[in-house]
Design a protein around this ligand. Structure first.
Ligand code: NAD
Ligand code: GLY
Length: 365
């Protein structure tokens, strides 16, 4: 039987500090949450998939209204932001109201931005329901919508009042969505914590079997790492960039695949392989660590067949958000498992060469 029921992680940001509460079964307690009692008007935003599965729990909560939108990245748009605002205006939310976000990163990003902008900012609470949102997007206060010209182009840094995480909800999550989160979990281990990396290796089968204790441990560890980083560098002026390890090449791949057919966590696994190889070629990291990272990705079943793509389009997609000076780009590269460094002199030839090396690896074809 699982024995570890709850953990708390504190995000220390002065007057914007908050707790991340991780507990199996929290979704069953929506009706009695103390946090909601502090507000006169409490409304919720969720997507129709989550509403369908958790209607009973959501309807039992004291929400004045539940705004439901369709699932999917397309709703991180101005049109849906306007819809959310319209509901907030119609129900006459005031500055002392609370918006509760129940969903994955899409609901969290869109709803967080709605909370940040309505009457110059009202309180909101995150109840993340995907592994990715539980270990990453619900923590740290990045809120946004997309613009036709780019992802997350419009947004604000705006912290929630609290985060409530129920690992049990991952049992209804499609397996590929779970793996999307696992890519981020490996990222946290490689950038910051070698013993966590070893734990992931040893516990892979329990994690993949969704054992509650292991889920609580990995969520708490990732949130602790993110809370530490955000506590030092809330607005990404420096250190916070390490959370982008693996994401430069991942974004290039997602872009050339037009965000279809490759889950984010798979793209991050691909990106970590490309970026670790660059570090290996530069003599920054030992080949044995590169092999260890590959072994963990395989053990956690982050394997997939990378669709074929044009290298020039991929490189230009990477350069769009990573351009530094002349022909060089900024990348986060590992020095060892548990430590990374930000370098701004990565050239296109080494990215192309490393990418070809990754594409030859059995994990990615
Ligand atoms: P998502 O929100 O689209 O959710 C994925 C799918 O899973 C959806 O179809 C949803 O309906 C479904 N779902 C969610 N929870 C479920 C559950 N418990 N059971 C069954 N189905 C469930 O995707 P995501 O991966 O959570 O988030 C991706 C978004 O997060 C992207 O827009 C990305 O830009 C953003 N993001 C933001 C940050 C940040 O710091 N703000 C960090 C990383 C990613
Ligand atoms: N997901 C990266 C960040 O929050 O900074």
């Amino acid at each position: 039987m699982d024995g570890l029921f709850k953990m708390k992680v504190h995000v220390s940001l002065g007057e914007r500090s908050y707790d991340i509460n991780i507990e199996a079964g929290l979704m069953e307690q929506l009706a009695t949450m103390k946090e909601f009692k502090k507000y006169k008007k409490v409304i919720a935003l969720t997507d129709s998939n989550i509403y369908r599965i958790y209607q009973k729990q959501i309807e039992a909560a004291p929400f004045l209204k539940v705004i439901q939108i369709p699932p999917g990245e397309e709703t991180k748009s101005f049109a849906f932001l306007q819809q959310v605002w319209d509901h907030m205006v119609a129900i006459k939310l005031d500055r002392k109201s609370l918006l509760v976000l129940i969903g994955g990163g899409v609901i969290g990003d869109l709803g967080g931005f709605a909370a940040a902008t309505y009457m110059r900012g009202i309180d909101f609470v995150q109840i993340p329901t995907t592994l990715l949102s539980q270990v990453d997007s619900s923590v740290g206060g990045k809120t946004s919508i997309n613009h036709p010209q780019g992802k997350n182009l419009l947004g604000a840094f705006y912290q929630p009042k609290a985060v409530y995480i129920d690992p049990n909800v991952l049992k209804t999550l499609p397996v590929n969505e779970f793996k999307s989160g696992l890519g981020e979990v490996v990222k946290y281990a490689v950038i910051r914590d070698e013993s966590f990396f070893e734990y992931l290796r040893e516990s892979a089968s329990d994690i993949l079997a969704l054992k509650s204790d292991d889920l609580i441990k990995i969520i708490a560890k990732c949130c602790t790492i993110k809370a530490d980083v955000v506590g030092i560098d809330e607005r990404e002026n420096g250190l916070r960039a390490i959370l982008n390890y693996g994401h430069s090449a991942a974004h290039g791949l997602e872009n050339v695949c037009q965000y279809k057919g490759v889950f984010h966590g798979q793209a991050v696994a691909f990106g970590m392989d490309v970026e670790m190889f660059i570090a290996t070629r530069r003599g920054l990291v030992l080949e044995k660590d590169f092999a260890r990272q590959r072994a963990v990705l395989a053990t956690l079943k982050l394997v997939f067949s990378v669709p074929s793509f044009a290298m020039d389009k991929y490189l230009s997609a990477i350069s769009m958000d990573k351009k530094n000076t002349d022909d060089c780009l900024s990348f986060v590269l590992p020095k060892k498992i548990g430590e990374v460094v930000l370098l701004d002199n990565i050239n296109y030839e080494e990215i192309a060469e490393s990418t070809k090396n990754t594409l030859r690896c059995p994990i990615f074809n």
